[in-house]
Write a protein that binds this ligand. Sequence first.
Ligand SMILES: C[S@@+](CC[C@H](N)C(=O)[O-])C[C@H]1O[C@@H](n2cnc3c(N)ncnc32)[C@H](O)[C@@H]1O
Length: 253
Amino acid sequence: MSGHLAVVGLGPGDARWLTPEAQSALDAADALYGYGPYLDRVPARPGQGRHPSDNREEMSRAGAALAQAAQGARVAIVSGGDPGVFAMAAAICEAIETGPPSWRALDVTIVPGITAMLAVAARAGAPLGHDFCALSLSDNLKSWELIERRLDAVAGAGLVIALYNPVSRARPWQLASALDRLRRHLPDATPVIFGRAVGRTDESITVTTLDAADALAADMATLIIVGSRATRVIPRPGRPLVYTPRAATEASA
Ligand SMILES: C[S@@+](CC[C@H](N)C(=O)[O-])C[C@H]1O[C@@H](n2cnc3c(N)ncnc32)[C@H](O)[C@@H]1O
């Protein structure tokens, strides 16, 4: 029997956001690998091996999953959200590129999921209705200078910006610094959305402005969307609707 590896996106948290394809891949697996809290979201099945690991261990997790698949097993490795967005699919590709030649012959499927950026955007309205980008604020795998250059470039280009990995215990100051950097380019009133634990029971969504945005309001489970000059807020009872119109002019960028 030839082995198979599925890299499965679980979505941001709500079980209704797990796709039928992802559920099938989980059901079919002999063994599951993943960051412990993500694996905890997959109900245990008798006979299915479970291999939780720490969130800093992506490459060893990728290697272990590929090695088991290479022995003929059906293996699934899970990511929160989408596996291709700051997650395991790229780690698997890196491991295949540098690993034993036999791993290249493996049957590998990437099963997409709803990424946090899209879930937070949907809660808020349509902030990603025009051009946007996603940046990770983690400086574990790139320098802070590069992150600042990218923030300058995308804010200057008029893109809405989704910020992943805004803060962690080891990275306490980066979000405040990034918001200050964006304040150099964007008006005080630029809409900012903090989406925390979206799709989970402890979800919270806050709409604020760039001048009032407080980095201390974010934790590891928060995704932040910073609007562009074109992003608008429609006040209404309850939470306002935030959207970026589909059309842009030079003046609105
Ligand atoms: C390592 S990245 C993984 C992203 C994931 N692959 C995805 O597509 O959403 C982790 C970051 O994603 C964001 N995130 C993940 N799940 C979230 C959720 N339920 N609500 C808000 N943000 C979330 C946070 O910014 C968190 O720090």
